[in-house]
Design a binder for this molecule. Structure first.
Ligand code: COA
Length: 260
């Protein structure tokens, strides 16, 4: 499929989705959000894709936020719809995807950009990256899940400060806060992401899909994550991957998971 604002390619089981509006620092306009939804959906349904890496094009930005030019004249109803639609189409969609998503943050990840990175299953960053939720400096608040996912990842006090100051933190601080798992040079970012992807892809994709669901259940209001885990754990015993994984261990060989 061809897109106007993103690039998507699959190599060796890894789908790399690149937001590609470098002149606008990869800001997320409506069309880009729609295209990202399609690309994530297609990658998740593609049997040849085992993992997704999300990054931005150019050396300056991952994503510098939602496209401010598109919503500057919105009213209350339109504002609410923008957040609701965006969360449903992209941010919650990515967070709940069964295929693992790694955000490779290659520069500014601001506003909707950081919210998108936080919707990914985990994040790595290059040492030039800068992250923040600057919405209060524009007279709004984060609307793509940022007020929920940032405190989940870095704690309430730090999230409060970052949102209230509309400030930015560098990659090193993001690493200290646990917002990103690893920091590399810009040149090493994608090779490092692919190396991590390789380690993940050796394991059962069926079990990983279940694990994502169980871990996410911890953050769902009214859902008992322990119960979700028990059911998901039990379901693994009926999979071909489980048979192969345990048999391979007992036969002292490497598992070759069918992904079923
Ligand atoms: N929405 C729309 N356009 C954006 C954008 C956004 N979130 N972020 C950057 N751009 C555009 C700029 O308007 C500019 O376009 P132009 O060349 O047509 O004027 C282009 O991207 C380059 O950005 P510029 O501001 O000139 O780069 P800079 O290096 O001076 O500053 C930033 C970089 C990231 C600090 C600055 O672009 C910025 O503050 N962006 C907005 C961040 C934000 O508030 N995001 C949250 C939105 S809810």
């Amino acid at each position: 499929m061809s897109y106007n604002n993103i690039l998507s390619e699959v190599t060796n089981g890894i789908a790399t989705i690149t937001i590609n509006r470098p002149k606008k620092l990869n800001a997320l306009n409506k069309e880009t959000i729609q295209e990202l939804h399609q690309a994530f959906d297609a990658a998740d349904k593609d049997p040849n894709t085992k993992l997704i890496i999300l990054t931005g094009s150019g050396e300056k930005a991952f994503v510098a936020g939602a496209d401010i030019s598109e919503f500057a004249d919105f009213n209350v109803g339109q504002g609410q719809e923008l957040a609701a639609k965006g969360q449903e189409l992209l941010f919650d969609f990515v967070a709940n995807l069964g295929t693992p998503v790694i955000a490779a943050i290659n520069g500014f990840a601001l506003g909707g950009g950081l919210e998108l990175a936080m919707a990914a299953h985990f994040r790595i960053a290059s040492d030039n990256a800068k992250m923040g939720l600057p919405e209060t400096s524009l007279g709004v608040i984060p609307g793509y899940g940022g007020t929920q996912r940032l405190p989940q990842l870095i704690g309430k006090g730090r999230a409060m400060e970052l949102v209230m100051t509309a400030g930015m933190i560098n990659a090193e601080t993001a690493l200290n806060y646990g917002l990103v798992n690893h920091v590399t040079t810009l040149d090493d970012l994608m090779p490092f992401a692919e190396k991590l992807a390789g380690k993940i892809m050796r394991n059962s994709s069926v079990a990983i899909r279940s694990a994502i669901k169980a871990i996410n259940a911890n953050y769902e209001v009214g859902v008992n994550g322990f119960d979700v885990e028990i059911k998901a754990f039990g379901a693994c015993f009926g999979t071909e991957d489980f048979t192969e994984g345990t048999t391979a261990f007992l036969e002292k060989r490497k598992a070759d998971f069918p992904g079923k």
